[in-house]
Design a protein around this ligand. Structure first.
Ligand SMILES: *Cc1c(COP(=O)(O)O)cnc(C)c1O
Length: 375
């Protein structure tokens, strides 16, 4: 077996467990797994394969190139890509049977042009902006978008297969915006129905992980879990929902050494040893997603005990101070994991860094190998 300075272990059994919890919470509504950003840093293809095997029936990506990468890997379940810019290879999307989202008439026409050129009907999901003011058609422009889609559908260039939107604050249970967005979504659906763009085969979808956990009325025909599949709570204030963290990040000590009292450590010499002590070099840095801002804020497990990061996080490395405890090159350090052995969890990292777990897992760098376990 080859060894590497660091690795992210991906627990496929935990993925299966989490999908089971989500299927239960969704009450039989099919799941579209969000696998954008390299499946939230867990590795696009192996993670997607595990999700599909566990019962996720569709996959969703932000970029088209992510959707095409799923196809190139031989994944055959329906795929939707939802952040599209002019001039992208929509013809290739159609040939590879990737469904496309449209929020405005301009993009819909460009997709229709690709359909005419290839002779393949484009499957489109129309996105309504129900109050988040991010993607999606404002409701004022929605009737025109729907009318254009119906016209292109009559021509055979597109087939409307989905009508969808996204919540701004589903992770804040009881937030008044949730009810308002559901009301707006209902209006958008009614208009699409009246225009003839909401046949019985059309999937309506709005729920992310937080909504799946708390809003049964938001299930509609399809739900779109992301963070919860990776075992991370969509609403940390409400606990872990029985989810199991999928990713464990470990590294192996590259150098262990005794240094005297009053040794300044790492850039800026911000950390100064208060006695003779043993320092360990952990070969992960901000290039790998260990934020420079994590200096002094997170703890890693070494020799069975938690240790603070000593001094600045560098591009490829940081130091820990283990005092007089034994430490040798090759020893394993756990940066974060499910917490079973006393290591920090991703939720602790997020809390200590003032962010959400999504940001930490998606920033894990490409040079850290993902190692799959529990197949
Ligand atoms: C990322 C994403 C999701 C999943 O969101 P989570 O909060 O991670 O569950 C669902 N839908 C869309 C459109 C997304 O971009």
């Amino acid at each position: 077996m080859t060894t590497t300075p660091a690795q992210a272990r991906i627990d496929l059994a935990a993925i299966r467990h989490n999908v089971g919890i989500l299927r239960e919470r969704a009450g039989g509504t099919p799941l579209m797994g969000a696998v954008k950003a390299d499946a939230y840093g867990h590795g696009l293809v192996p993670t997607s394969e595990a999700l599909v095997a566990a019962g996720v029936s569709r996959l969703g990506t932000a970029y088209l190139r992510e959707g095409l990468a799923l196809r190139a890997a031989g994944i055959t379940v329906p795929v939707l890509s939802w952040i599209l810019t002019p001039g992208e290879p929509f013809d290739e999307a159609l040939r590879q049977d990737v469904e496309l989202s449209a929020s405005d008439v301009r993009l819909l026409e460009e997709i229709a042009a690709a359909a005419r050129a290839t002779g393949i009907t484009a499957k489109v999901h129309l996105e309504a902006d129900t109050g988040m003011s991010r993607g999606g058609s404002p409701l004022a422009a929605w009737p025109a978008l729907v009318a254009k889609a119906v016209e292109l559908q009559a021509e055979g260039a597109v087939e409307v297969v989905g009508l969808w939107s996204h919540f701004a604050s589903a992770d804040i249970p009881g937030d008044p915006s949730i009810r308002m967005q559901l009301d707006q979504f209902e209006i958008a659906l009614k208009q699409a129905e009246q225009a003839g763009a909401a046949g019985s085969h059309v999937m309506r979808h709005i729920a992310n992980s937080a909504a799946i956990m708390t809003l049964p009325e938001a299930r509609y025909d399809l739900v779109r879990p992301g963070i919860a599949m990776y075992g991370l709570s969509p609403i940390p204030e409400m606990g872990d929902f029985g989810l199991r963290q999928v990713m464990t990040l470990t590294a192996r000590i590259a150098l262990a050494k005794r240094v005297p009292e009053n040794s300044g450590v790492s850039y800026g010499l911000l950390y100064v040893t208060d006695r003779e002590t043993t320092l360990g070099l952990v070969p992960l840095g901000y290039a790998d997603g260990i934020l420079r801002h994590a200096t002094g804020r997170v703890e890693v497990l070494a020799g069975g005990r938690r240790r603070a990061i000593a001094g600045r996080v560098c591009m490829d490395q940081f130091m820990i101070d283990v005092g007089d405890d034994p430490l040798a090159a090759g020893d394993e350090v756990i940066l974060f994991g499910p917490g079973k052995d006393g290591e920090s969890t991703l939720q602790e990292w997020a809390d200590n860094l003032g962010t959400i777990t999504h940001e930490i897992v998606t920033r894990l760098g490409a040079r850290v190998p993902r190692v799959y376990e529990g197949a």
